[in-house]
Ligand binder design. Structure first.
Ligand code: ZN
Length: 147
């Protein structure tokens, strides 16, 4: 599964903002990525609310997506729509450097604000969408199966 990075520029928020400042970003992509053999992510869109904290950016995601998937009963391919909400914390690079070793300390989520003051969101979005795939997706509740 290959994925393109999707970066949001949080420079303004970090440079001009103060703790508690927020900025809302719209995200939209048509990745056409095979998550597994039966699920192809066609598109997602939504909102990322970024809040500046002391040493990090808290990003709250609200994402709608469309997945081409195979019905567990009739085995037909259909377009399943889903919605997910989750958050991630990105440590701010300079402040994330360990004083002794000079190495980056990843936060609990292992994410940082990069040198260009950007946060990468495609990774977390794909991760959460993959977790959201149902065990037995149905094209419709009343699906009668193979007829
Ligand atoms: Zn079906």
């Amino acid at each position: 599964m290959k994925k393109e990075p999707y970066k949001l520029d949080v420079k303004n928020l970090i440079v001009k903002g103060s703790v508690g400042s927020k900025e809302i970003f719209s995200v939209k992509a048509t990745p056409d990525i095979e998550i597994d053999e039966e699920n192809v992510l066609k598109a997602y869109e939504g909102e990322v609310k970024a809040t500046l904290l002391e040493d990090s950016i808290l990003a709250e995601f609200n994402i709608n997506y469309e997945m081409e998937t195979v019905c567990a009963r009739c085995l037909k391919t259909f377009l399943r729509k889903g919605a997910i909400s989750f958050d991630r914390e990105y440590l701010i690079g300079k402040r994330a450097v360990a004083p002794r070793t000079g190495r980056y300390m990843a936060g609990a989520d292992g994410l940082i604000v990069d040198k260009e003051f950007c946060i990468e969101v495609a990774g977390p979005i794909l991760e959460e969408i993959a977790f959201d795939i149902p065990m037995k997706p149905l094209c419709k509740e009343s699906c009668k199966g193979i007829t």
